[in-house]
Ligand binder design. Structure first.
Ligand SMILES: Cc1cc2nc3c(=O)[nH]c(=O)nc-3n(C[C@H](O)[C@H](O)[C@H](O)COP(=O)(O)O)c2cc1C
Length: 219
């Protein structure tokens, strides 16, 4: 087990890093470790509705800046810049081939469980959570995608790597770039967030958070 103070140290170390040291690159081993913590993240029904694109190419990064006001300095300086993609209804709808194949091949469920789980997932989408249009379904799937985002940022902080989560971009315009320039099938995937990784240049200002008693109640 890891000492609690060490874990809190990492949570305090993590901050939304605005500008990274261009001279310091994250090793392949470290970035693989960070992405592994994304891979191990939980998701509703376990369907892993995510994909991560690491944008190395400088021209592509420059192109992304056009519509990403919250990412400009990060696109210029981050060692690794990741696009957090989320599956759309083409893959996530209860009756999509992806869902059936996923239960069979990834989750390795027996035939009767595939059938039962599939039926439960249908009810979940149609009534429990009312995921009855494409936007609702994408937003629901995006909620799952933010779990690996958090895990990646925390695991990075635990090994002394800085990060910044980014929603400061025009979603439609950026997705067009993903389609035209990165060859991403945007009928299947949408862009939920971006996240930059690297090493800080400046020390952050002290963290501000509401006190614990304001954010939790025990009944
Ligand atoms: C989903 C999400 C989107 C964010 N988008 C941006 C962004 O576009 N640009 C940016 O500089 N910071 C962005 N942030 C960082 C937040 O402003 C920051 O996490 C918050 O102010 C708390 O500060 P801290 O992370 O340094 O503790 C984002 C954070 C989250 C969680």
């Amino acid at each position: 087990m890891i000492d609690k103070n060490k874990i809190l140290e990492a949570f305090n170390y993590r901050h939304a890093c605005k500008i990274f040291d261009v001279e310091k690159l994250i090793s392949d081993n470290d970035i693989t470790f960070i992405i592994e913590t994304a891979r191990l993240s939980p998701s509703s029904f376990g369907f892993e509705p995510w994909h991560f694109v690491v944008v190395k190419n400088k021209e592509l990064r420059a192109k992304l800046k056009d519509n990403a006001w919250g990412a400009t300095a990060k696109l210029d300086t981050a060692s690794h810049f990741v696009l957090g993609l989320t599956m759309r209804s083409a893959l996530m709808k209860f009756d999509s081939p992806y869902i059936k194949e996923f239960m069979e091949n990834v989750q390795q469920l027996p035939e009767n469980v595939v059938k039962n789980k599939g039926e439960m997932f249908e009810v979940f989408q149609k009534s429990d959570f009312d995921l009855t249009d494409d936007r609702k379904l994408f937003d629901w799937a995006s909620k799952q995608s933010y779990l690996p985002l958090a895990n990646m940022m925390t695991s990075a902080a635990m090994i002394g790597i800085d990060s910044c989560p980014i929603e400061g971009f025009k979603q439609k315009e950026t997705e067009k770039i993903l389609k035209d320039d990165l060859g991403i099938d945007t009928d299947k995937f949408g862009l939920s967030y971006m996240v930059a990784f690297g090493y800080r240049v400046n020390e952050p200002r002290a963290k501000t958070r509401r006190p614990l008693n304001e954010i939790v109640s025990y009944k």
